[in-house]
Design a binder for this molecule. Structure first.
Ligand SMILES: CC(C)[C@H](C(=O)O)[C@@H](O)C(=O)O
Ligand code: SF4
Length: 433
């Protein structure tokens, strides 16, 4: 419950979003508040546990079917009978409970990329999801929080949940990134600096003049990985780029939040974008940040370009700029997965899918697939992958003795061509000579 706070107060963006979704408009960081999210997000892994919990609780009708979005993406299209049963379970739930927002992967995409794209989340909005990367929504001046499946069952049953409003860490971005430095390099560098628990139980809030140089796709890549620094959620400041995005997506509510001058932060971290170099996260964790120049020559067996953080048009265009001139090295498996149906079709229209297929890549409609070692790209013992994904824990993409390096799409594509970690800038120069 909210304590008695002096008013008027200077608030963070996170405090404003949670207060706006609570009956108690005076809630602040540290308070426990009953929160009603705009969206409750379920997928075909955790969502099935949530569904089973609802059954155990004897819930015949959920509180607000319009609040719920169901996306089948993790094992989509079902890879075996168990995953087929999971998808069936979610389709039955949607039918029985009157949930209209049901998206299968072919029609929709990976949940965190899809939700903003179809205008179901936007400035000032709040989503609770049974998936840790629900924080991706933060790129659009919204807040997304991941929960366990049982908590989500409680939200479905009642439409609300108690939450401890997190304190915020302000990340002040200044300057302009160098060529070949992307959102991925920025977030990997930040996690490398503060560690996988550097933002534990806090909200990351991104702002500053440097934001101007980051397009929305790059902000998605950054927001998506806030949880890899331990953050509960993250929020980016609102600007013209967010405004332009929601004009296309159709997000109806227009309630951007701004940080108040004098708002209180757990800490403030300044990042001068021009100081960031192209980096990778070496195994076995996303905070194991290494400069590209220190990993050159590392052999790779598989390259994966996709997932909910980096399966965007920005990533695909970067990969295509390399693959239009080069074939994938014969012994390397390159898998490219646009994050949504819309991105897939845009890439087709721009001729990118053809460039990928011609170069020898395996291209697929959206699915989580290999990202979490689910299907379609499992690593054998001793194999090494470079992935534009967000996690490289031991065994993440397959065998417990396989390795994953996280990197941007330029670096990933260059590795697919060379079969080893290679400087994409150098590769492009070799073409123009
Ligand atoms: C399976 C799912 C619950 C999980 C998550 O919560 O993040 C997955 O999406 C992941 O990336 O590991
Ligand atoms: S793409 Fe990967 S990280 Fe994203 S939701 Fe799917 S499994 Fe999780």
């Amino acid at each position: 419950m909210s304590q008695s706070h002096p008013t008027p107060a200077a608030l963070t963006m996170t405090e404003k979003i949670y207060a706006a979704h609570s009956n108690d408009k005076n809630v602040r960081a540290g308070d426990i508040a009953i929160i009603v999210p705009d969206v409750v997000l379920l997928n075909d892994t955790s969502g099935t546990i949530t569904t089973a919990q609802l059954k155990m609780m004897g819930i015949k009708q959920i509180a607000n079917p319009d609040q719920v979005v169901v996306v089948t993406d993790h094992f989509y299209p079902p890879k075996d009978v168990t995953s087929a049963n999971s998808v069936r379970m979610l389709k039955n739930l949607s039918h029985d409970m009157g949930i209209k927002h049901l998206y299968d992967s072919g029609r929709g995409g990976i949940e965190h990329a899809l939700l903003p794209e179809i205008g179901l989340i936007g400035p000032g909005g709040l989503v609770f999801g049974a998936d840790s990367h629900t924080c991706t929504a933060g790129a659009l001046n919204a807040s997304g929080m991941g929960f366990g499946s049982t908590d989500l069952a409680a939200v479905l049953a009642t439409g609300e949940l108690w939450v401890k409003v997190p304190p915020s860490i302000r990340i002040e971005l200044t300057g302009k990134p160098n060529p070949f430095v992307t959102g991925k390099d920025i977030i990997l560098s930040i996690i490398g600096q503060i560690g996988c628990d550097g933002a534990l139980n806090a909200a990351l809030e991104f702002g500053g003049a440097g934001l101007f140089h980051l397009n929305i796709d790059e902000r998605f890549a950054i927001a998506n990985m806030a949880v890899e620094a331990g953050a509960e959620t993250c929020v980016f400041e609102f600007d013209e780029q967010v405004q332009a995005y929601i004009e296309c997506s159709g997000w109806q509510e227009h309630s951007p939040v701004y940080p108040d001058k004098g708002a209180s932060y757990q800490s403030v971290i300044s990042i001068a974008l021009e100081t960031i170099q192209p980096v990778l996260a070496a195994p076995p964790s996303p905070d194991h940040c290494k400069q590209l120049k220190d990993l050159l020559g590392t052999k790779v067996n598989q390259v994966y370009i996709g997932n909910c953080s980096n399966g965007t048009m920005t990533d695909l265009r970067q990969a295509a700029s390399i693959l239009r001139h080069h074939d994938v090295k014969a012994e390397v498996r390159l898998i490219i997965v646009p994050a949504t149906n819309k991105i897939y079709r845009q890439a087709a229209q721009e001729g990118l899918l053809d460039i990928f297929a011609r170069a020898g890549a395996f291209v697929s409609m959206p699915t989580c697939g290999a990202c979490f070692g689910g299907h379609m790209g499992i690593l054998a013992a001793g194999e090494t992958a470079i992935a534009t994904t967000n996690r490289n824990f031991r065994g993440r993409m397959g065998h417990i003795d396989s390795q994953v390096f996280l990197a941007n799409a330029w670096i990933a594509a260059a590795a697919a061509v060379k079969g080893e970690i290679y400087d994409p800038a150098r590769l492009l120069k070799e073409v123009s000579i």
